[in-house]
Design a binder for this molecule. Structure first.
Ligand code: NAI
Length: 720
């Protein structure tokens, strides 16, 4: 047996060569130049030697097969030639695998992504281990590229054209059941029998009893649908499918911002219209164009930074305490969802409210969420029942003494929160932590009601809890480092991305966001149309324009946060809240409260409400170019972001950028606010801010940090 280059091989007496991905120092197995070279060496040897009867790929990790290319290695490539050559090398290795005359199999258990799935596609037999971590897919478009080791050519040959288009352009990952239905795997096998079953099938294939059913040797897969057959043989049908796919992708992504899914369609087209070698060549050329581009670089940077943020901080992790039972107080919109999230992790959770109906609603909502997962094949009814049983509702304070952590999610009132804390603290175990899900009240003020403020921490979730990846972990002035570490690691366990922030009004995300929303309101008061502002910002890449966003958040909440910030940051945050107040007075409270800046029909946003202009006497309508609108709104955020760094609200630019992308939807292809400032140049940013300050007010006066960076010729990030 030998084990170098991330894999080991051993030849069994029955003639089956096992190639085992085994990278013990990494949480997942990855491909890189070294692993591919080693694989190539093995394949060349197998081809010329006669000893091997069949080849089996498997993993030493029970919950990961092969997670694809190492993104650290990809990010280092900055020219098209090297990128294409890298893809060609991987293609050559996998072609050698596909060309072997002996049967080959993959025993897939755990994640099998990107290059991992492309390896599987080059094999004759694919089995999926029946394990919750087993997922197979080509998610490359999510990091701004396309599959580059033959995936765009082999997937349609195996699962059919239409399915491959859908899987690759959406970066979809399939569960074993979905993969079986799609024809991506041949069988689903219980983990204990996976290896033996793969070996048995390899022997059958070697004896000629079982013909490999894969289309990679030039044949089409037998199970693909009529439409797929038409797509491959009738060019106008294929064009229609591609055009429809293009329209579908364009609904969620702009081709100039996110070129990868559109380019993937060209490669997929080639899988049918060209022989395999030409198709592979086109795939490699597209990779060459995409990898050095800004979008791929930013998306890969975000991917790597999020992974870095998810790592337990070593010295903190040592001090954090494992949570075996949690409590939630307040079963409203937030508390109910947080309790569901905790039960998702199979942890017991005590859920308290003072209203019985709130608890019933929370339980019903949690059950509906799990029922949806059952319908999608992601959960079985038994596990749903287990999770339901883990939520123990109560109207009193019983059962909290055994909780290691209690999340408070009652109404946003300092008085109520302090009262809840004061009541609960005497009951809590010595080691237990109290985490408040406040959106705007300083943790220090809440902790003032505690005899042990060291164990009070902020844990700010975003709404909707199950969909928003970000949480802010707020370290109050007295919060102890172990309490902060415990809350942070708990958030990680719930599958969230925790960013630790200093206790200050608006914390991080809402503070920066309010400068953006405030600037939008100023534009409106200057006479710029609501839809002109919103469309300028969606063109910039924001998922919603600021007015549509305010309607979604609810105008009363926006007004509340605006007032908190005005009180805290004085002149810089000063601005008119007249528009918000007049809308609220006229019973317009947002998308779910009688409309807001927009009108709504059956819950859907229609047109801006003309009354919104009349209510606070907006000035004469005036047109501004979208670039001017974008500059004002984005630079307002950039400047405040720099002030936040200066104030030590977060430690690193990376935390801030990830928080803004994952908490507000700041366009991922731009990498984040500070990466955007780096991209346009810090000196240019300062010049533009100074010009805006002269024309529009002190809030644009460039932050000290930015001016200093210009003097020292610094940027926020060393690498682009
Ligand atoms: P909600 O009004 O839906 O729920 C609050 C729940 O607390 C109600 O069910 C109420 O009966 C219960 N409650 C009130 N006093 C209580 C007490 N003394 N003991 C136990 N339960 C009590 O409010 P929501 O939206 O869930 O907000 C909760 C907290 O989360 C607030 O601090 C809010 O600022 C924060 N938050 C809200 C977000 C949102 O978008 N809704 C986003 C982020 C944070």
């Amino acid at each position: 047996m030998s084990a170098t280059g991330g894999l080991r091989e051993h030849l069994e007496a029955d003639g089956i060569l096992h190639i085992v991905f085994d990278q013990p120092d990494r949480p997942v197995n990855l491909l890189d130049g070294g692993v591919l070279k080693r694989l190539l060496g093995i394949l060349e040897r197998v081809r010329v030697e006669n000893q091997v009867q069949g080849l089996l790929f498997r993993s030493a990790k029970p919950d990961n097969f092969l997670a694809g290319m190492d993104i650290d290695a990809l990010s280092g490539i900055d020219d098209a030639y090297r990128a294409s050559e890298g893809a060609r090398f991987g293609q050559t290795v996998f072609q050698k695998l596909a060309d072997l005359s002996i049967p080959t199999a993959c025993a897939i258990q755990g994640g099998c992504m990107g290059g991992g799935a492309e390896l599987a596609l080059a094999c004759d037999i694919r089995l999926a281990g029946e394990h919750p971590a087993t997922l197979i897919g080509l998610p490359e478009v999510r990091i701004g590229i396309i599959p580059g080791f033959g995936g765009t050519q082999r997937l349609p040959r195996l699962v059919g054209f239409t399915r491959a288009v859908e899987m690759i352009t959406a970066g979809r990952r399939l569960t074993p059941g979905q993969a079986l239905r799609a024809g991506l795997v041949d069988e689903i096998v219980p983990p204990a029998r996976l290896e033996a079953r793969a070996i048995a099938l390899l022997h059958q294939a070697a004896d000629g009893k079982r013909r490999p059913r894969i289309g990679i040797r030039g044949k089409r897969a037998p199970g693909t649908r009529l439409l797929d057959w038409a797509a491959t043989t009738v060019p106008p049908v294929r064009r229609r499918i591609l055009n429809e796919a293009r329209r579908k992708i364009a609904r969620r992504a702009d081709p100039t911002h996110y070129p990868a899914p559109f380019q993937a369609l060209d490669a997929l087209d080639a899988s049918v219209s060209m022989p395999l070698p030409q198709g592979l060549d086109l795939e490699a050329r597209i990779i060459g164009e995409l990898i050095p581009g800004d979008t791929a670089r930013n998306l890969m940077w975000l991917f790597r930074s999020q992974a870095a943020l998810r790592k337990p901080m070593r010295e903190q992790a040592a001090r954090s305490r494992e949570i075996r039972k949690a409590g939630v107080i307040g079963a409203g919109v937030m508390g109910g969802s947080i309790a569901g999230l905790i039960a998702d992790q199979d942890l017991p959770v005590r859920l308290k409210d003072i209203r019985y109906d709130a608890i019933l609603t929370a339980l019903r909502t949690a059950r509906e969420g799990w029922d949806r997962s059952i319908r999608r094949g992601r959960l079985d009814p038994g596990r749903r029942n287990d999770r339901m049983a883990r939520i123990a509702p109560t109207l009193d304070n019983s059962g909290f003494a055994r909780c290691d952590l209690v999340v408070e999610a009652v109404v946003e009132s300092l008085e109520v929160k302090q009262q809840v804390l004061a009541e609960l603290e005497p009951l809590m175990a010595d080691h237990a932590v109290f985490a408040s899900n406040t959106s705007s009240i300083p943790i220090g003020e809440i902790a003032a009601a505690a005899t042990r403020p060291d164990r009070v921490v902020g844990l700010h979730f975003f709404n909707p809890v199950h969909r928003m990846p970000l949480v802010e972990v707020i370290a109050g002035p007295d919060s102890s480092p172990p309490a902060v570490a415990t809350v942070r690691d708990f958030a990680l366990r719930l599958g969230k991305l925790p960013v630790v922030v200093k206790d200050s009004p608006g914390f991080l995300v809402n503070r920066i966001l309010m400068f953006y929303l405030g600037e939008a309101i100023r534009l409106l008061e200057e006479g710029v149309r609501i839809d002109a502002v919103d469309s300028a910002m969606t063109r910039f890449g924001m998922p919603l324009g600021p007015f549509a966003l305010m309607d979604e958040i609810g105008l009363e909440t926006v007004l509340h946060v605006a007032r908190v910030l005005q009180a805290a940051y004085g002149k810089r945050a000063e601005g008119s809240t007249r528009a918000l107040e007049s809308l609220i007075v006229s019973e317009r409270r947002g998308a779910r409260g009688g409309g807001g800046f927009y009108r709504y029909r059956r819950g859907k946003r229609t047109l801006p409400d003309p009354e919104a202009y009349n209510l606070f006497e907006a000035r004469q309508a005036r047109d501004l170019p979208p670039e001017t609108i974008q500059e004002r709104l984005v630079l307002a955020m950039v400047n405040e972001a720099a002030v936040c760094l200066e104030d030590g609200v977060v430690e690193r630019p990376m935390d801030l950028d990830i928080a803004m992308v994952t908490g507000t939807g700041f366009p991922p292809f731009r990498g984040g606010l500070l990466r955007y400032a780096d991209c346009i140049g810090i000196a240019v940013t300062v010049d533009r801010l100074a010009r805006l300050a002269d024309g529009h007010g002190e809030r644009f006066r460039p932050a000290g940090l930015l001016r200093e960076m210009v003097t020292r010729q610094r940027r926020f990030y060393r690498e682009a």
